[in-house]
Design a protein around this ligand. Structure first.
Ligand code: AMP
Length: 308
């Protein structure tokens, strides 16, 4: 496994791969790797000749009061896990290397960023779009792997790739969870024992909601009201958002629409604060009159070309 800390070193390695006509899979991360990241690396290693992992805590995507300074890091453990997952190249640049000066060119994706994390973290997706564009240009991947844990991010990146003709296939991959259902996240280390127990309410509520939406006459607003009551029952939580939207457009259906008349894929997305720690989770749902069907993980892991 080759470690590149500079753009020059990375370009040299990518040049060698391209010369040998090797296909490149890419997994961008902020490090402090867990089994969620590992699953993306394994998918990539399976599908491509070479896998490139980037580890970069991107200051551009953090707001002024967010956790940039205390974002967890463990380089040694990250490298060991990356190697175990078949990674060929790790790109781990410094902030100075990626942004020698404040960039005057940024990538802003509209509309799909209006709600959810785009609304509660202003500027977040501008930072994501900008860094992912830079990384795509540097790594030149054939395929890039993103977790559906950050479903809005997948929609934003896919939109950017479509609009700007990046020559890369975006591969959305299923959410990896703890045995009790909590979605793995680098931020889970911030939780104390009590908050860790409470946090399971996210996945439990998503699970329950996938049954509730099958009830005859269930509307968007009734479902969301029930979701909020369920989350509020877990003490010490503050709901940032709980929304049911079309996916991947992330536009809202009418609040009074009976869910079984909505003939497009939907996402139920949650962001909840446990103490100072904000966690997100979501579930893709497909509801229609004929057949109410909740997508399973295999269906979520899309084939190249983006099948939601
Ligand atoms: P991050 O390091 O948080 O920026 O995440 C890097 C990538 O890993 C993103 O594509 C995330 O969606 C993905 N990821 C994070 N947590 C999970 C998870 N629990 N399951 C699957 N993918 C994940």
């Amino acid at each position: 496994m080759i470690i590149c800390r500079t753009i020059t070193e990375l370009k040299e390695q990518i040049g060698l791969l391209r010369k040998k006509e090797k296909s490149i899979g890419f997994v961008p991360t902020m490090g402090y790797l867990h089994e969620g990241h590992a699953s993306l690396l394994r998918y990539s290693a399976e599908d491509n000749d070479a896998t490139v992992l980037s580890i970069f805590v991107n200051p551009l995507q953090f707001g002024p009061n967010e956790d940039l300074d205390r974002y967890p890091r463990d380089e040694k453990r990250d490298l060991a896990l990356a190697e175990e997952c078949g990674t060929d190249i790790v790109f781990m640049p410094s902030v100075q290397e990626m942004y020698p000066a404040k960039p005057l060119t940024t990538v802003i994706v509209n509309q799909v960023t209006d709600r959810l994390c785009g609304a509660s973290r202003p500027g977040h997706f501008d930072g994501v779009g900008t860094v992912v564009s830079k990384l795509f240009h540097l790594v030149q991947p054939d395929k890039a792997y993103f977790g559906m844990k950050d479903a809005q991010q997948v929609a934003v990146i896919q939109q950017m790739v479509n609009d700007l003709n990046f020559p890369v296939d975006i591969i959305p991959c299923p959410i990896v969870r703890e045995p009790d259902g909590l979605a793995l996240s680098s931020r889970n280390v911030y939780l104390n024992a009590e908050q860790r127990q409470q946090a399971v309410v996210l996945s439990q509520t998503l699970e329950k909601a996938s049954d509730w939406l099958k009830e005859p006459g269930m509307t968007v607003e009734r479902l969301l009201a029930r979701v909020k009551v369920q989350i509020d029952k877990a003490a010490e939580t503050a709901i940032d958002y709980a929304e049911l939207l079309y996916y991947p457009s992330l536009q809202p259906p009418a609040a009074n629409a009976p869910i079984n008349t909505l003939n497009q894929p939907l996402i139920l997305a949650l962001a909840v604060k446990f103490g100072a720690t904000r966690l997100i989770d979501n579930r893709l749902l497909h509801a229609n009159e004929v057949n109410v069907h909740v997508q399973n993980d295999d269906e979520v892991k899309a084939a190249p070309g983006n099948r939601y």
